[in-house]
Design a binder for this molecule. Structure first.
Ligand code: URA
Length: 264
């Protein structure tokens, strides 16, 4: 095949981009030397063994991460953080997105729900979880007796990856400080993560959602505050695999049970 045929074939297969968001000198990147890989990250009732994620990021991506982290330290409210994210130019996903989809909900929420990235509907409207996945999430919240407006709903990424492709490790790393700062500001009592990619990103682990779900894990915020974390299937996965809804329902009940135990 000549180059033109290869490109036509890529386009037919749905490829929308041929390069990452930053130049990446593959041969200059150094592996994470001396980093212990197998670690037991989870605590409390969990028996899930997880591996720390080992990602090699280009210098440009590392610089963008540092910039995002430093900017986050300059803001102390969600409205300031939202403005900061909207004005941040260190992630190329912003160039193809229609809206910055910042978190939505109460600044004093007890629970933060986290998904992966906005989809087409969220990108069009500018709010997280408003499409089909969001409608299923709304039903699950309602069935569990949780008010959506009393919760905070957000994503790992504030910009939709083109064509809903899987975000790169670099895109996740650059956007993670924004999510972490939202958590620092809200100081929730619980975090509920929807989907394996979001759980792996926030907890810096590598594990499958089938193994993680249903086990209480822990996230430590920037102030050393430990927040119980439960992960479960992503609503989009449940729409494709309705047979798994019962397991997600059990996870919602587990969250409700912990909330009511700790209230007593
Ligand atoms: N899927 C997500 O992970 N987040 C959204 O906001 C919508 C769909």
């Amino acid at each position: 095949m000549d180059i033109k045929q290869i490109l036509d074939w890529y386009i037919l297969s749905g490829v929308e981009e041929t390069a990452g968001e930053v130049p990446f000198a593959k041969f200059e990147a150094t592996p994470l030397e001396g980093k212990k890989l197998p670690i037991l990250k989870n605590v409390q009732e969990s028996s899930v063994m997880t591996r720390q994620a080992s990602t090699v990021l280009s210098q440009a991506t590392q610089d963008a991460c540092k910039d995002a982290r430093e900017r986050c330290q300059t803001v102390n409210s969600l409205s300031e953080l939202k403005e900061l994210v909207e004005n941040f130019d260190g992630c190329a996903l912003k160039l193809t997105a229609s809206h910055t989809v910042f978190g939505d909900g109460a600044e004093d929420a007890r629970i933060v729900f986290i998904g992966e990235a906005p989809g087409a509907d969220e990108d069009r409207i500018g709010k997280p979880f408003v499409g089909r996945s969001g409608q299923l999430l709304d039903k699950m919240l309602q069935s569990a007796g949780l008010e959506r407006s009393a919760c905070y709903i957000t994503n790992i990424l504030p910009w939709r990856p083109p064509g809903n492709r899987t975000p790169t490790d670099g895109e996740v790393a650059v956007c993670l400080p924004f999510l972490k700062r939202q958590i620092d500001i809200i100081r929730p009592d619980y975090i509920f993560i929807m989907g394996g990619s979001a759980a792996n990103a926030l907890l810096d682990i590598q594990d499958s959602i089938s193994r993680m779900r249903g086990h209480w894990m822990e996230y430590t915020d920037a102030n050393g505050r430990k927040i119980p974390v439960l992960a479960s299937f992503h609503p989009a996965y449940l729409l494709r695999n309705p047979g798994q809804k019962a397991k997600s329902w059990v996870d919602f009940l587990r969250l409700k049970q912990k909330m009511s135990e700790e209230k007593e």
